[in-house]
Design a binder for this molecule. Structure first.
Ligand SMILES: O=C(O)CCC(=O)C(=O)O
Ligand SMILES: [Fe+2]
Length: 348
């Protein structure tokens, strides 16, 4: 059984510590994660391996970036095409769209009420990073890259290597741990998924949703981020306490339920390629950011919301055990770069 389910939600809150320290590597931790991803496509992880003060530092970094005047943020402009998804996108530039079941991509006239900054691995030659000039926000680039590769001392290795320090890719390491758990839950070799996740094609996004009228959001006149499913394999999402994230109710399509902030938790949500990879046994849930049930100030405005999604790529053929003569493979193998670039290209 899941560690717990939130009230009014089907999403499990799973303590990952036992998996990381090796004391609970088999079921139930791995099974709970897979179970929640199959039922709802989302799971919360506690004690997932990133220190709370480091996460706070990421949000502080994000706030200093977005607090810059527009003309300075525009010194790292996102290119006109969404296929090169890097740099700064001002309010309304990104218009997330969800393909219809027949595969068409609708176009949108107005953009999401959010601004974003995207960055990836420095070794990704197909989508080079776009940085601000060094003197605009000194140290920003270095601190950002630290997310990918940082010399650090992780507690969980402390007992094994007490006097060494490790070059570690922090988010990437979390990703690999989650995929190890998923492989165990699928009763596959532990490296079944990790071998496809080099980390080079991953991206980190800083998102800022400025104050907006709660009423206008509820009426659907404006969107913070419109209903969509994610494109890659999984997304790791850090959200602040503002609220507003919702997923489509797995039992009542078309209705949405909140994914409320859980202090200290990382949200893990399965994306389209993992759904495809699992022959649709895992859900890639449609989600959006609207107005939380409470939270608007007296003037009717919702406060700022900051979130930090990190997502992945690679690719992708149906996992053994999810298909057989009765339930044939639904999808041919696909390379994720190709698939993901098509989806981002449609959003600009
Ligand atoms: O801000 C959020 O919490 C949602 C972000 C999101 O869904 C995305 O970037 O795909
Ligand atoms: Fe998303």
């Amino acid at each position: 059984m899941p560690t717990s389910l939130l009230p009014d939600s089907d999403i499990a809150v799973v303590d990952f510590a036992g998996f990381l320290d090796g004391s609970n590597r088999q079921a139930p931790v791995a099974d709970e994660i897979l179970d929640s991803l199959k039922r709802v496509g989302f799971v919360y992880l506690l004690n997932y391996g990133l220190a709370p003060d480091w996460v706070d530092g990421m949000f502080a970094e994000s706030k200093s970036f977005f607090a810059l005047p527009l003309e300075l943020k525009e010194l790292a402009p996102h290119p006109p095409s969404g296929a090169h998804h890097r740099g700064y996108s001002s309010l309304g530039r990104e218009k997330i769209v969800q393909p219809t079941p027949d595969g068409n991509t609708p176009s949108r006239l107005t953009g999401d009420v959010k601004e974003s900054f995207e960055c990836g691995h420095e070794d990704n030659a197909t989508s080079p990073n776009i940085w601000l000039p060094d003197d605009v926000l000194p140290g920003f680039k270095e601190r950002f890259l630290e997310v990918y590769a940082v010399r650090t001392f992780l507690l969980r290795f402390a007992t094994l290597h007490t006097h060494e320090r490790y070059m570690i890719q922090r988010f990437h390491q979390v990703e690999l741990d989650i995929f190890r758990a998923l492989a165990i839950a699928f009763r596959l070799p532990e490296d079944y998924f990790t071998q496809y996740h080099s980390g080079v094609y991953n991206q980190l996004r800083l998102l800022h949703y400025p104050p907006v009228s709660a009423e206008a959001l509820r009426r659907g006149d404006v969107e913070r981020i419109t209903a969509h499913s994610d494109y890659g394999s999984i997304t790791l999402l850090l959200q602040d306490a503002a609220g507003g994230l919702e997923i489509e109710n797995p039992h009542r399509p078309g209705e949405f339920q909140p994914v409320p902030p859980v202090p200290g938790a990382l949200i893990v949500n399965a994306a389209d390629l993992l759904m495809r990879w699992s022959n649709d046994t895992i859900r890639s849930a449609v989600h959006r950011v609207r107005a939380p049930a409470c939270g608007a100030a007296q003037d009717g405005l919702l406060p700022d919301r900051y979130s930090i999604p990190y997502d992945f790529d690679k690719i992708i053929e149906c996992v053994p055990g999810t298909w057989d003569a009765q339930r044939p493979r639904k999808y041919a193998p696909v390379t994720s770069g190709e698939y993901i670039n098509t989806r981002y290209a449609a959003a600009y």
